[in-house]
Design a protein around this ligand. Structure first.
Ligand SMILES: [Zn+2]
Length: 261
């Protein structure tokens, strides 16, 4: 009897210890990201899992600004994910000058979500501060995913209303490098804030699905103008806004100058 009881007790204790160990082994960011993502729309769950997977093992230089807002050097997993896509052949920006960020944001349903950004190290601190303020103000952002999830295709990313930063590419319709190629430009809710150019005097709206939002006299949520919180925060941090350009308008776009070397 005594032996049997002892076995039952030790079996229970072992199970309890195993359970405890398992719970302790699950990293907190994974739990947090999973919870945040589970309430979101279709597809956002993957984003949360993705973000959690990337951040499960913190890089040694991780800088946490606020809970849920950090930046760090690119992990091997992140490098693998972007190489050949946003980090295309001939990319002149070394991996070491880029940072991987994780931020929280509020989607258009008012649900908190986890976002991922890659940017130049020169603006990483600006971005965690700006996205923290946007989150505190419940500023609606549709999604913040690495452009690699759209094959590095800026049009697909814009059509998905995806907020993004680094992408080694030229300016649409030209052969010169975009400020995005250096990770020094951010596009916010691009479907609602299109890029409007006038090739040969004819208006061109990019993405094409944004035609209706090119009329800036209309009132709609997350429209970036000079009264908008995005405009205020980015300009306070020294960014210029594409909506202020003379010959073309890039309402989604905020950029900073190249760092002096
Ligand atoms: Zn842009």
């Amino acid at each position: 009897m005594i032996t049997k009881n002892k076995n039952i007790l030790s079996g229970g204790a072992v199970a309890f210890l195993l359970c405890l160990l398992f719970c302790m082994a699950v990293p907190l960011p994974l739990c947090a990201a999973g919870t945040l993502a589970s309430g979101g729309e279709n597809g956002s769950g993957n984003q949360g899992e993705d973000a959690a997977a990337q951040s499960a093992v913190p890089q040694a230089d991780r800088v946490t600004y606020q809970e849920g807002f950090f930046y760090e050097s690119l992990s091997d997993a992140v490098k693998e994910k972007i190489t050949g896509i946003s980090y295309g052949e001939g990319c002149i920006v070394p991996y070491e000058e880029l940072k991987y960020l994780q931020v929280l944001y509020m989607d258009f349903e008012g649900q908190p979500q986890v976002g991922e950004i890659i940017c130049n190290q020169a603006i990483a601190q600006d971005l965690v501060e700006i996205f923290y303020e946007l989150y505190q103000a419940s500023y609606p952002i549709e999604r913040i995913r690495l452009i690699d999830e759209y094959g590095g295709d800026d049009t697909l990313s814009m059509e998905a209303n995806n907020t993004s930063c680094f992408n080694y590419r030229v300016v649409d319709g030209t052969s010169s490098l975009s400020r995005h190629a250096y990770g020094l430009a951010v596009d916010i809710n691009p479907l609602y804030n299109p890029y409007v150019t006038y090739p040969n005097g004819k208006r061109r709206v990019s993405p094409a699905a944004s035609e209706i939002y090119a009329d800036r006299s209309l009132d709609f949520p997350a429209k970036i103008d000079k009264n908008d919180l995005c405009y205020q925060l980015f300009t306070e941090h020294g960014f210029t806004w594409g909506g202020n350009w003379k010959t073309m308008k890039d309402y989604q776009h905020f950029q900073k100058a190249l760092p002096q070397k």
